[in-house]
Design a protein around this ligand. Sequence first.
Ligand SMILES: [Zn+2]
Length: 93
Amino acid sequence: MPIYEFRCETCGAFDAVYRMTRVPQTCKCPSCAQEAQRLFSTAGLSRANSSQARAIDDATRTAHAPDVVANTPRHANSVGVTHDPRHAKLPRP
Ligand SMILES: [Zn+2]
């Protein structure tokens, strides 16, 4: 479940966990029980086991120190050869 940030006028900011469909605009401060306003921030969604999160982390990690590439991708070395007889009739450069 996402983590939302609230701000109590007396105690300051704190986090609370709610379902995305049931997040209130105010909630009780855990310290003083005053009403605290919800802050507009990004929801703290879990990123565990996310391929997109791994790709972002890898891109961030290698932004200033790229990984060393030992080989070029296999498809870059292959030459496309067609065996379709109609292609032999096409004009050559
Ligand atoms: Zn408070």
